[in-house]
Design a protein. Sequence first.
Length: 207
Amino acid sequence: MAAFVLFLLPVLALTTIPAHAEAVLGHGHRQVAEHSLAVTEFTTAVNRYLELHRLLESPMAHLTRGTDLEQTERTREAHRKAIVEARIATPRGDIFTARVAADIRRELLIAMRRAQIAEADVTQVALDYLPALPNEVEYRFVDRDLVLLDTETLLVVDVLEHALPPEVAAGPAPRLNEEDLCAPEIPPPAVQGGPCQVHPELPMCWS
């Protein structure tokens, strides 16, 4: 009987290991699935914005860009105002949704740990952990906040506050020229966090 018990104990121990491993693997699969859903949701929202961006762009914009600076600025200003008017009721978080925000913060926490190990700049390492973007938009870090910027119209498309962990003290973000800042003549929309109140350290508007 004792021999049978001694034989049975290793068998029971072996049966508990796969169950624990299965739980760990299941958690990993859920994280991968959630990350995939978040990236898809983010990409869909960015593409939705770009469809509007391209729809409202002047067909002649690419022909005059860089050849006539005054005409280029007038065209850009008209494009900027058109986008602001079209998205006047769009709330903050249209692109950085709750799912996307949680996923990005999780990815940036990993980036911070990798940067600490490599003794590298967190904001540079972080770019490798963020979803790829089309040419018309790019990421900017302002302190711990992550900004999605339309580089052609210089509009802030959306902001994710506290994207970086509190341990990170990011360096100062590059500032745009005063003449390039968004100053729409139309009144700001009557929604919380309107265009020219997007971020205290970004003196520009978000569409």
